[in-house]
Design a protein around this ligand. Sequence first.
Ligand SMILES: Nc1ncnc2c1ncn2[C@@H]1O[C@H](COP(=O)(O)OP(=O)(O)O)[C@@H](O)[C@H]1O
Ligand SMILES: [Mg+2]
Length: 417
Amino acid sequence: MQFLAYSLSSLPFLYPLQQSSRSSATTSFYLDDATKMAILIIVFSAGFIALLYLMKKTSAKKTKYLTSVDTQRLPGEGAHVGRIAEQSLSAYLPFDKLTMHSLVAGATGSGKTVAAQVVAEEALLNKVSILVFDPTAQWTGFLRKQAISDMLKRYARFGLQKSDARAFDGNIYLVENSETFQINVKKYMMPGEINVFVLNRLKPQEMEIIVTRVIKAVFEANLEEYRGLRLLIVFDEVHRLLPKFGGTGEGFKQIERAVREFRKWGVGMVLVSQVLSDFVGEIKANIGTEMQFRTKYEQDLERIRYKFGPESLLGVVKANVGTGLMHNSEYNNGNPYFVEFRPLLHNVVRLSDKELDTYKRYNDRIVALEQRIEKMKEDGNDVFDLNLELNLAKDKMKKGAFNIVDIYLESLEGKTA
Ligand SMILES: Nc1ncnc2c1ncn2[C@@H]1O[C@H](COP(=O)(O)OP(=O)(O)O)[C@@H](O)[C@H]1O
Ligand SMILES: [Mg+2]
């Protein structure tokens, strides 16, 4: 009390009052300690109310995503996927959690594919191999660096420099016939590289054949057990396997097997779908991370309301493109929270049909050469140098350097003719 009264006597705005009280002891302007206290309380209360008002005003913009975030219970390392929405905090997803598989759901244009691509970029930077089955051809931009100004403008917000834009190594395979599609998974397990199988020329039902063969191929690959993530398999537009989109159920049966078994080999799956509720319980139960983007699909909205509550529901209905509700039972005390995904380092613009054909032409030539070299080897020829040259061609293919690939291939075709 005495301390407060002392502090008060040193406050400049009360100085004139105190002066007058000192200069004339006969006037009634003397302030006793109780009055000083009262003034102090009024001043502080007014300050407090003003502060509350200011806080309310500044947070008025932050009312879209009301889910509670316990910053102590969020992952602090792993894939740097963006920011916790409406907070100045980075959002991470640990790589080993990706072996428990992820499901990205939301309406068309809500930001699902970009979010899955952000996860893929982070995994590539962490030397994971990536295989993508892409019915939209949207993943074909991975081999070129970002050049779209709308994306580049958002870099600073996520602590990225424009010089961080980059291309990734890999290859693009145009699948034109599901019946002849075969895959040797081990052949495509190249750390830090992405192999995209473009399915946009197939009929929607053919996707099921591809998914089934890929999953069987992983089971047959005889992979060694592995702790952590070494291969990420992405199936985009996977709702096409659902019966109501024309699927027979076989694709989903395989996915159910995959989500149960793949993790022991260090293989994670990212399933991207317009809807989520329709996935059978067995699949949902084996998915570690769910990312729900804006949707109007009633069953999914009802599930969010029932499972996570009205704040989550409201956020999902109003979410901006690129912001999604992230849920992994191990984080944020099991509660979901909104994440604003970062812009992409690689180019969002897909390759044109002509460019896809070019990839196909060169890949077909490489396959033909592989077969010829194998045949020569069986006939007792020394093929060491031929294989060396072929590997150089394949390396240049990863960078899309077709002019140089052409030189190698022409030379090899001459030597193996
Ligand atoms: N995180 C993001 N940062 C910047 N732009 C984004 C982001 N997510 C989505 N977009 C924009 O929205 C468009 C649609 O996103 P996309 O992921 O293709 O939607 P979906 O797969 O849900 O149909 C993208 O082409 C891009 O322009
Ligand atoms: Mg998409």
